[in-house]
Ligand binder design. Structure first.
Ligand SMILES: [Zn+2]
Length: 530
């Protein structure tokens, strides 16, 4: 294949809008789709797509690949899944804007997301420019994280210092002018967890002024799921932003069976004029830092204070009472069980690949947890949280798209990092028919592109950007497991970025054809001048 002038012949075309597939030739020229069906322009190079599905490239609305694309080697792990654009900077955790002090704290708390890339002080425009120049394997759209804004403006303190709210707003505005597509929050992580609803409304107003979206990892996804969703809707509704509820789930026994309530509330928000939708990864386990099992207050005062706190028996007991007390936002301890927590990253390699129950040996798992976090505050886990009927109910909703919530593509990460989109198609469309092909493609493409204003992407119509994925419905899938997560994807045949083939016959071409897609607030040079 060549970079321009292709004719994808004889495939079944899914437009991303949810229309049924139809067999048609797709003509591409100068980075755009120039014809779907009808008589194609002459002189195009033909690519046989018979028996294959031709879809818009997938949009991963919930990614954490912020820094991994700065590695020396290109990182095609999302391209192999058919993903052409990742929305990064989710859960309030971004690697800009950071100053010397906040970069140091971020390196302690969030290094498991950085994939070995140094966490350094950087303004938002600076990091966006570095990513763009590095040439990511796929396109990136950047969110600015509330946790990062707060860390830089106010440190890890709970109360905002005089001027800190204004400083956060100014930093957020700079990020939007540098092309951020939205504001993210992660309200289970310090210091974001300290924020009042009003603090978040004020920052969401900045997002609204620049046409940005508010994406939130809510305060609670378990017993207090509905109260947390209410807050998210209030923030977006008051500020006037679109709302993206991140990794929708009903987490832990107190919430199991409640997926329907989440979906009803999303629908009610839309009826009340809030442009609300969500994303989901198709698994019953999540992944996060080990410390997320603890009440977030444990991290007050920074890593050293946290270590001391965790080693004090009285403080441990008090924390446990809080964790088991059922109040909003007190960590995920009550949402899982020690057998359901797999340690995937820890400075002690002897515990990696073991469950918390196994690592505890005969000890009380709570004590083991406190010791393990004290030893490595950025240790990471995969944890069982969801019930399959809730996963399917959320998946069946047309208001919920797809977001992998990936980690760096190395080591023992959640299999979603390598296989989220192929698994959705293989397991939940072909094998279990939870969705039709056209529904699944819509959720994986246009639904996310519209919510983050990725104009011209996520749909396959004449004039759209030719970010495309060609897959084999008979074989698409991913068999990765929690203990063997990085097995190869099957059935993703061709992936194109602006008409340029980057995966051909399932093989990465080695081209770094991705770029940073700037949001509507972008004050930089126009497209033509770049
Ligand atoms: Zn999250």
């Amino acid at each position: 294949m060549t970079g321009t002038g292709l004719l994808l012949e004889g495939g079944t075309v899914y437009d991303g809008l949810g229309n049924p597939g139809r067999v048609a030739d797709v003509a591409l020229a100068a980075g755009r789709v120039v014809a779907v069906g009808g008589d194609p322009p002459a002189g195009l190079r033909r690519v046989d797509c018979s028996g294959l599905a031709v879809a818009p490239g997938f949009v991963d609305t919930h990614a954490h690949s912020d820094l991994v694309h700065l590695r020396d080697q290109p990182q095609p792990f999302k391209l192999f899944q058919g993903v052409t654009t990742e929305v990064v900077g989710n859960c309030g955790l971004t690697f800009a804007p950071l100053d010397a002090g906040s970069a140091e704290v971020a390196a302690t708390l969030w290094s498991s997301l950085a994939g070995g890339v140094p966490i350094e002080p950087a303004g938002f425009a600076e990091l966006a420019g570095r990513l763009d120049r590095a040439g990511p394997a796929n396109n990136l759209a950047l969110l600015v994280g509330h946790n990062t804004l707060r860390l830089t403006a106010n440190g890890l303190e709970e109360r905002l210092r005089p001027g800190a709210a204004e400083a956060m707003a100014a930093l957020a505005a700079e990020a939007f002018q540098a092309g951020a597509v939205g504001l993210s929050s992660g309200l289970i992580y310090v210091p974001g967890s300290y924020a009042s609803t009003g603090e978040l409304v004020a920052l969401a107003r900045v997002a609204a002024a620049y046409g940005g979206t508010y994406a939130t990892h809510m305060r609670d996804e378990g017993a207090n799921l509905e109260a947390a969703l209410e807050e998210a809707v209030t923030i977006a509704g008051t500020a006037g932003t679109r709302l993206q509820v991140s990794h929708c789930k009903a987490s832990g026994p107190a919430a199991h069976g409640h997926a329907g309530r989440l979906l009803e509330r999303l629908a009610a928000a839309r009826l009340a004029g809030v442009d609300a939708q969500g994303d989901q990864y198709p698994y019953d386990a999540g992944a996060t830092v080990l410390s997320a099992l603890l009440p977030p207050a444990v991290a007050a005062g920074g890593p050293e204070a946290m270590r001391a706190h965790l080693r004090d028996p009285a403080a441990r007991a008090a924390l446990r009472a809080t964790a088991e007390g059922g109040q909003v936002g007190n960590g995920s301890w009550a949402e899982t069980d020690p057998d359901g927590v797999l340690l995937t990253g820890h400075r002690d390699p002897a515990v990696v690949g073991r469950t918390l129950a196994e690592a505890a040996g005969g000890r009380d798992p709570w004590d083991a947890l406190c010791d393990l976090v004290a030893d490595d505050p950025s240790a990471s886990i995969v944890l069982r949280l969801m019930r399959e009927d809730d996963v399917r109910a959320i998946m069946a909703s047309p208001l919920v798209g797809v977001g992998s919530d990936n980690g760096p593509p190395s080591g023992l990460e959640h299999p979603r990092t390598w296989g989220c989109f192929p698994r959705l198609l293989g397991r939940y469309v072909r094998e279990q028919q939870v969705l039709t092909w056209e529904q699944a493609v819509r959720k994986a493409t246009w639904l996310g592109a519209r919510q983050f204003r990725l104009d011209g992407r996520g749909l396959l119509v004449e004039g759209a950007v030719a970010d495309l994925c060609v897959f084999d419905p008979a074989t698409v899938g991913h068999e990765g497991t929690y203990l063997d997560p990085d097995t190869g994807v099957t059935g993703i045949e061709h992936v194109l970025l602006a008409g340029e083939p980057v995966v051909e016959g399932g093989r990465y071409t080695g081209r770094r054809a991705g770029r940073v897609l700037r949001g509507p607030g972008w004050h930089g040079p126009t497209e033509a001048a770049r």
